[in-house]
Ligand binder design. Structure first.
Ligand SMILES: Cc1ncc(COP(=O)(O)O)c(C=O)c1O
Length: 444
């Protein structure tokens, strides 16, 4: 299976256990590379040490594609478990279309049959009607975004690739939060960008470790990625953190790249500030329909350039060439965007109420035992559990699967720094969540 297909399938289908196959611990990708690449090239080293399956094949392809695609023990165990046809309590689901939410089927399907889709109106930024709908989403949040600064893309991942291509030459660096979700390594590999991590620290809540962030900056650092709120920690960047990011990035001519796919899912019902109207530093804001409206299959997302006017005009002009080269978003989906965005209200209501009920059930169960706890969660679709670190979290996940029929993400999948963490999805259907967490906690 092609790797990109594999990764997308893995992430959007909620079968992240398969992607986990790429991310065994100890992960060679986390160790800084020294010296030359395998075949004696003088090129600057790639960030990820290639692990060739077969030397002949690895000579024929670009080094950036020398990924280790072998399954790990957890994904093998899952495959065996599924093949045996045993019932699975899957606490890793992330595909909203498979979680029992109600969608307005006719509104969604009717929106896709707009006769205007019979003609082709190429526009690198995307159709104006769709960009107006995106600007309307921000206007409702009281953020003013010009439609001239919006670019439609097929996914947030594609938006990342446009940003990486706009900002980085091969070997340039971007900072990413740790923990965070696992696609960044692949996105960076494909664009020949190097990643450095800045830690998020947990102390009754998550915060950015600014000392470590500043230490990680080198002359080749082009930007800082902020996932707002982060997946899986659920941490929103706070006003003071945003101000500090602005001053660090503007002083060093770096950009903020803000991933806001979970922005609407604040648990306390508050409206978190978006980076879309940020003026304090060069900023790219990314979001899309896969989470906001629960429509990952529609492949509709966007990228907004923001920040100081002169920088923004330059960024928009460069992005326009990249976007014009692909013109990747199809007409029916662009024409349907106003309706798809309108669908977010009904979707949001269902998701937030499920997340709150699942968290309340989890807290009720946690109160009845002492071995496990959960970390504070402000928003997003996941919760991090702290469990006794009696072995690796991968071993624990395998044991939960084979003895309890419960599937969870080991913390290392999201780069949690130590063993003793599991991540579970809060959008899991409630009966499965209650039974799965009950079996998990009773086995500790
Ligand atoms: C933080 C974050 N950003 C982006 C994405 C991918 O979004 P898209 O489907 O628009 O590529 C995900 C997917 O889970 C995610 O967790």
């Amino acid at each position: 299976m092609a790797r990109s297909v594999y990764v997308n399938w893995v992430l959007t289908s909620g079968r992240a256990e398969l992607l986990d196959g790429f991310r065994r611990t100890p992960d060679p990708a986390r160790a800084p590379l020294q010296g030359k690449q395998k075949h004696g090239s003088e090129d600057p080293p790639l960030q990820r040490q290639p692990i060739p399956y077969n030397d002949a094949a690895s000579r024929m392809f670009a080094k950036r594609t020398n990924w280790n695609l072998a399954a790990n023990r957890l994904s093998e165990a899952l495959a065996v478990y599924r093949t045996a046809g045993k019932p699975l309590l899957d606490l890793t689901v992330s595909n909203p279309t498979e979680c029992g939410f109600e969608y307005d089927r006719s509104a969604i399907l009717n929106a896709l049959s707009n006769a205007a889709a019979l003609s082709y109106e190429p526009n690198p930024k995307g159709l104006e009607s769709a960009r107006r709908a995106v600007a309307g989403y921000y206007a409702e949040r009281k953020d003013e975004v010009s439609i001239e600064d919006i670019f439609l893309t097929t996914s947030t991942s594609e938006a990342y690739s446009y940003v990486f291509r706009t900002l980085c030459d091969p070997g340039d660096e971007l900072l990413i939060p740790s923990p965070s979700y696992p696609l960044f390594d692949f996105l960076a590999d494909i664009q020949d960008v190097k990643l450095a991590r800045y830690p998020l620290l947990y102390d009754h809540g998550w915060q950015i470790d600014f000392h470590a962030l500043e230490q990680a900056i080198t002359p080749r650092t082009r930007g800082v990625i902020v996932v707002h709120p982060n997946n899986p920690t659920g941490h929103f960047a706070k006003q003071a953190e945003i101000a500090r990011l602005n001053s660090i990035c503007s002083a060093r001519e770096m950009a903020i790249i803000a991933d806001e796919v979970f922005l609407d899912f604040a648990l306390d019902g508050s409206r978190a500030a978006s980076f879309a109207a940020n003026r304090g530093a060069p900023t790219f804001t990314l979001s899309g329909l896969s989470k906001i409206s629960g429509l990952p299959q529609m492949k509709a997302a966007w990228l907004i350039a923001g920040g100081p006017q002169q920088w923004k005009s330059e960024a928009v002009a460069r992005l326009e060439v990249i976007a014009d080269t692909y013109l990747s978003v199809n007409a029916p989906v662009q024409l349907a965007m106003p309706e798809f965005l309108a669908q977010r209200h009904a979707f949001h209501k269902q998701v937030i109420s499920r997340i709150r009920r699942n968290l309340a059930e989890l807290d009720r169960q946690l109160a009845e035992q002492k071995a496990c706890a959960r970390l504070t969660v402000e928003g997003g679709w996941c919760v991090v559990l702290r469990v006794p670190a009696t072995g690796s979290d991968e071993d624990l996940a395998i044991e939960l699967l084979t003895t309890q029929g419960v599937s969870v993400h080991p913390g290392h999948f999201f780069e949690l720094a130590a063993d003793g963490y599991l991540v579970v999805s809060l959008i899991t259907p409630e009966r499965i969540f209650a039974e799965g967490t009950s079996r998990l906690l009773s086995s500790m």
